[in-house]
Design a protein around this ligand. Sequence first.
Ligand code: CO
Length: 297
Amino acid sequence: MKRLASLLCLLSLLLVAAVAQAATDATGGKGVLIVAFGTSMESALPSFKAIEADYAKAYPGQPIVWAYTSDIIRKKLAGEGKTILSVNQALDECARKGIRDLRVQTLHVTGGEEYIMLQRMIVRNLTKNPGRFDHLWLGHPLLESSRDLEEVMAAVLDGLKKDRKAGDAVVLMGHGNDRGPGDLPMARVRAAFHEKDALVFVATVEGANSFDSVLPQLKAKGVKRVHIAPFMVVAGDHANNDLAGDEDDSWASMIRKAGMEVVPHLHGLGENAGVRKVYLRHTKDTRDDMANPRKSD
Ligand code: CO
């Protein structure tokens, strides 16, 4: 009896191994996990769709799995009957699909609060499941080098060029962080755009780079028309409400109240091909293999 039980146990182990092997054969053992903060707005999805299409082209035949870091957004979507995986669930799903060599790309703009959380979630999952991936290459956020910033600035300004007349200002809404390291990179983004073009202003929803100082500068420069756009991967809740909404305290309302015309561009950064190129470069070039942390010398 005991022998039969152990034989059955062995058979089931072999079956599990065979299923995993079949899954690995189907995917070539490779796959991509794209991680975003998330959005509950349908109108924000073109950005994610364009990103997905680029990745499907860059990694043909490989499964592309998505995860949102925001529990609040996942819960809201679950209430509408839409299931979006958490990072932990998505990593389990990748392993279940037989992926051994996983590329993870974050869609966060800077290495702020949400990105740090993502790193922590990956470490926790790998610690609980040692050896589940041969490689886990982490593609870093959009802006980490001066080259990234130059390319993103060029892409964003190019995208606005055809609608912008001489003397028109641009106001970009970044997210920023009240706490954590998302604040200082956005200060650099703000300064860099302004150095490149004195009529381009970047401010953030959270953190020290607030919109308060922008309005007096627009007035001082005698600006008549202002193009507003999100500096976030999607044109979601912040873009549609805090930036361009009808409420008195939206940036659009404040600019209009000061007597200037507002031209909204409600497109996320992910809808810009030049920006997507930077994300893809990060995915391809990363040397950050979280499944094989560097050993100390
Ligand atoms: Co927010």
